[in-house]
Design a protein around this ligand. Sequence first.
Ligand SMILES: [Fe+2]
Ligand SMILES: [Fe+2]
Length: 276
Amino acid sequence: MDPEPTTLTRPTPQSSTIERWARDYILADSWEAKLAPPPVPSGFGDETIEPPARPGRGASFAVASHGEKSTGKSALKSAERRARLVHTFLHHELQAAELMAWAILRFADAPPALRRGILGVLGDEVRHMNLYAGYLRARGYRPGSFPVRDWFWERLPACPDVVSFLATMGLGLEGANLDHASRFAERFREAGDEEGGALEELIAREEVSHVRFALTWFARLSPRVARGEPLFDAWRASLPPPLSPILMRGEPLSRALRERAGLDAAFVDALARYKP
Ligand SMILES: [Fe+2]
Ligand SMILES: [Fe+2]
């Protein structure tokens, strides 16, 4: 049995602006603080706050340098393998939440409505984290039971502008999650884990609005879209190298959810066909 996570020994100071709150969220270094941040202040400030280059990872985290091996169908029959997988999803949600906070700081000159929207998405990701944490605790595990690798953090800070961030995080990683979560909903149910299946289905459904949000702002702000480039080409060109559409789709594609998010058939077909 591994030790309980360290608790915060000093009270978290109340952040007075959204930017300070965002910085504190990234730097908070316990799973406890990541799962239950203090209330978000009501307004943006006017000071410039550099986004932290790395997230806080204290003793309650086990950080790995390699990713988990992908999980074959039969492996999901093991409750422990399913818990490991849910822990990986929990950590994806955490990185998404942190990188939303990062974007609020890094793209401080983005339209306030866009930054507010990103803050709203961040709140959803924290809620998703808590759903996954609840699944783990009910099975004798907890956040921190398994190692994590900060893959999103190795890639996203390469985004040079908010258009690229929306392309990579919203249309890319969250878009792929529509495919992945739908597939895992089915696989958890096949393994007899109805609760895990329902959880994946719920997350997939809720991520639709995140992808729609990113698409709306990407279409509004992308100079390539303004020049009349097809959405898929504009999107692909906005991913920071070496990222490619290959990493941003699941097998099979969830056409239904992607369509509900506003991605048209031309985009989904181009994504399905894409070869490097
Ligand atoms: Fe999420
Ligand atoms: Fe999301």
